[in-house]
Design a protein around this ligand. Structure first.
Ligand code: SAM
Length: 192
């Protein structure tokens, strides 16, 4: 049977917590897989914000949403800006009430491999995400130590998660220990 894949693990953790009508964030929209996943969960009465620094990624995300025909696709706001500024774009009434923020780091699959997430913006974005969460809300981060700069970014995110106060947050790491070639892994933070 095997264990859940890393991406399925991130999805499972989110779907166990996110409810219809919630607000959620895809901090790295990319090809839109997570944005669509979140839009399905929150439905037409919820809202999803999707961030990416590449217009190409946001165009692909919009196309995926339009093709999906799901209710909720129209309740997605796509923002071309760096994710550490997410709070400037999210409706003030939702600050502290976000159900889930998903990060999928690295480069756009099928896109420019030189445009990658970096520690200097990823860590402030993670802080912004935690401050936006409601109690019981979750941040998931899929990390890719296999590409140039990816291992340093993954280590920095792990160190950031490890120092979070246990009273306020639960931090989890889901990682395969005997896979070849630096496979991706997930860090998840739940706000208590
Ligand atoms: N979750 C996406 C999907 O379902 O296809 C994959 C995301 S991809 C691994 C990473 C994305 O992060 C890229 O599209 C890249 O442009 C974006 N990115 C890089 N730096 C960013 C930043 N500072 N703020 C927001 N997005 C960023």
């Amino acid at each position: 049977m095997g264990f859940l894949s890393v991406l399925s693990c991130a999805h499972k953790l989110v779907e166990e917590r996110l409810r219809a009508g919630d607000t959620a964030v895809d901090a790295t929209a990319g090809n839109g897989v997570d944005t669509l996943f979140l839009a399905k969960l929150v439905g037409g009465s919820g809202r999803v914000y999707g961030f990416d620094i590449q217009e190409t990624a946001l165009a692909r995300t919009r196309e995926r949403l339009d093709d999906s025909g799901i209710s909720g696709a129209e309740a997605v706001t796509l923002v071309c800006d760096s994710h550490e500024r997410m709070l400037q774009h999210i409706d003030g009434a939702s600050h502290g009430k976000i159900g889930a923020v998903m990060f999928n780091l690295g480069y756009l699959p099928g896109g420019d491999h030189a445009t990658i997430t970096t520690i200097g913006t990823t860590l402030p974005a993670l802080d912004a995400a935690l401050s936006a969460l409601r109690k019981g809300g979750i941040v998931t981060v899929v990390l890719y130590p296999g590409h140039d700069g990816g291992a340093e970014e993954a280590e920095a995110v792990q160190a950031w998660a490890e120092q979070l106060p246990q009273r306020d947050f639960q931090a989890l790491c889901y990682r395969f220990l005997n896979q070849q070639n630096n496979p991706p892994y997930v860090i998840a933070i739940e706000k208590r």
